[in-house]
Structures are given as structure tokens and as C-alpha cells.
Design a binder for this molecule. Structure first.
Ligand SMILES: [Ca+2]
Ligand SMILES: [Ca+2]
Length: 165
């Protein structure tokens, strides 16, 4: 879990019992590449990302992120999109985007509407009928590579937590 990873990052930096008492660990920047058997952490810009190894459906994936004090990744820029695409190693991963409330109205997990989408060719296409959740994958294009998929499908997922500095 990221919580444990954050805790180990803290240990690496030296223990500060005073900070610990305050319970405020939001100001600590986690180290890069802290790996566990379940997933890996990455830093980019002012966010820390967790990429799972296991596969779950969209809702369970989001649940896992929330349990880590994060949420499914929100892609705010082309740079972030390229970064996430690079770490995928040819796998499909859930991102925090869906149109479950209203068909065709794509919304991020924080409630903001989608402005810039990096859809792959002919996506979103609801090819399987109901495809309301979005995966990112790098095998077609390093930038234009989102696809909509049925939310019940199982993929790895990417959590994002913004680091307050
Ligand atoms: Ca983001
Ligand atoms: Ca699709």
C-alpha cells in the first residue's frame, strides 16, 4: 500500500517523532521507485503515482486508490499523458475518467468535465456496447491512446496523489 510506502520513505529520510504526532505527512515528498510486489510508485511534477500489478475492474481499482488516500489518475496535460504512457510497458491501465452518469459526457473522478482527451483512433466507440470507463495504453501511440472499455473489465490501474510542497 502507498501508505506503507510513504511510511518507508519517511524512515529513509530519518524519523521525526514530532511530525509524526501531528499526523501531517502531506508535506513529505516520497522517493521515486519505491517498489512493492503489488505495484510501483513514480514521481512526476508534483504528483506521486502508483501503478498496480494486479488487475481489477474500474470501481475496485478506484476503491484501491481511495484506500491509499489517492484516486485514479487525472491527466491534466500532454506531458502527464506522455509520462504515464511511458511507464505502462505495453499494458492497459484504468484512468479516472468515465461517462457512467450520462453517455458521452466524460468526467474525471474529481467531478471536472474532460477538456482535452487523448483518445486513440476511432475512440471512444462503445465497441462492446456499453463502454463507460477509460484505459490508457501505449501500444498504439505514445500520446493518442485512450480507449473506452466496459467498466467491468479487469486491468491494472494508476492512482495519483498530488504532493503538497
Ligand atoms: Ca494529474
Ligand atoms: Ca472503445
Amino acid at each position: 500500500m502507498v501508505v506503507e510506502i510513504f511510511a518507508s520513505a519517511d524512515t529513509v529520510r530519518g524519523h521525526d517523532p514530532d511530525t509524526e504526532k501531528e499526523g501531517g505527512d502531506t508535506k513529505k515528498a516520497p522517493d521515486t521507485d519505491l517498489n512493492t510486489d503489488k505495484g510501483r510508485c513514480f514521481n512526476f511534477d508534483s504528483s506521486v503515482y502508483y501503478m498496480s500489478n494486479e488487475e481489477k475492474n474500474w470501481e475496485e481499482s478506484r476503491q484501491d486508490c481511495r484506500e491509499k488516500g489517492a484516486d485514479l489518475v487525472i491527466i491534466n496535460s500532454k506531458e502527464e499523458q506522455e509520462f504515464i504512457s511511458k511507464i505502462l510497458s505495453r499494458r492497459k491501465a484504468w484512468i479516472g475518467l468515465n461517462d457512467r452518469d450520462r453517455e458521452g459526457e466524460w468526467k474525471w473522478v474529481d467531478g471536472t468535465p474532460l477538456n482535452t482527451g487523448f483518445w486513440g483512433q476511432s475512440e471512444p466507440n462503445s465497441a462492446a456496447g456499453e463502454e463507460d470507463c477509460v484505459v490508457i495504453h501505449d501500444h498504439t501511440d505514445p500520446v493518442w491512446n485512450w480507449s473506452d472499455y466496459p467498466c467491468s473489465r479487469q486491468f491494472i490501474w494508476i492512482c495519483e496523489k498530488t504532493v503538497v510542497i
